[in-house]
Design a protein around this ligand. Sequence first.
Ligand code: G3I
Length: 347
Amino acid sequence: EIPALKEVFEDYFDMGAAVELNHLNGPHQEILDKHFNSIVAENVMKPETIQPTEGNFNWAQADAMFDYAEEKGKLVRFHTLVWHSQTPDWFFMDAVGDPMVVDGEILKPENLEENKALLLERMETHVRSVVERYKGRVDSWDVVNEVIDPNELDGFRKSEYYLITGTDFIHRAFEIVAEMDPDSKLFYNDYNSHQPAKRDFIYDMVVDMLNNGIRVDGIGHQTHINLEYPSIQYIRESIVKFADLGLDNQITELDIDIYTNDTEAFGSADEIPEEMLTLQAIRYQELFTVFRELGDHISNVTFWGIADDHSWLHNRPIPRRNAPFVFDEQLQAKESFWSIINLEHTP
Ligand code: G3I
């Protein structure tokens, strides 16, 4: 009988995993039940699933996850209310059905005010509908996801949302959730949040919101990393920087890609060299050492999946077998599992 992760780390942070509906029964559910006390939907709580066409809400899949979590006494992270991706095109169509933005350019500048009002209204309706349904049942909301792009001069991703509304969509979303679900925690979530330039843009955005009386409770660091990048020092510095601002931190989408380039590819788990998995175990151990040290400033650590049989990384950036988690494709504990709990691997 192996130790349960959620018990090993209970004095530090909650332990979570991203799930699809088919993980809520069978062997995946056994791993979830034993090791994790928090879940997040990998896909089914995104705008395209919840409101595929305007006004038609599809709650069945999200409901099933909430039901599971409540039956098992697990926390729910809600991912995600507002995002430029996995949001249906109709959000960004004008009153006559033309796209508001084409190839990064505003199509009808003369209608900007009208389109801005329309887009904000749709966003508000979506956010209000979701929060109305699930308020009181969500531990942490990913209110806004991935709006920072360090390659842009002002630091903001040039999404339809940003081109049409500026930062209003971000501010409104946080205000609505703060007002409707005051006891939950409100997160801004992003990847590469450890990279200094991006980290600082996120920091400036959040400081600006706080100065304007907009509540933000924490930063979700997705933490999709690989065997080499980023340095553990970057990860530590980013968490400390936000903690010094009085914010909570969560590790929201953790995985460690075994590849460090876009071309190498193993076709099956058996072909992955043992040395790579050992390097991964060392990397996981360094990471969890920092998470433990900063445990007062980190409330949740969530893997972006349960075990190596299912991961978005099997398809990105090319089809290849990856092994990003601490349980293998047979759902057995890997060297990485033992390393994060600081135990020698005992086969
Ligand atoms: O639902 C369709 C299905 O009907 C169809 O048959 C199938 C064929 O490809 O596609 C299915 O949709 C896929 C969807 O996942 C649900 O499985 C999409 O193609 C696929 O692109 C989509 O990928 C998800 C990705 O977000 C989309 O941006 C990944 O599963 C999910 O892990 C990933 O998660 C994101 C976080 O939300 C935000 N941070 C980064 C992270 C990794 O990219």
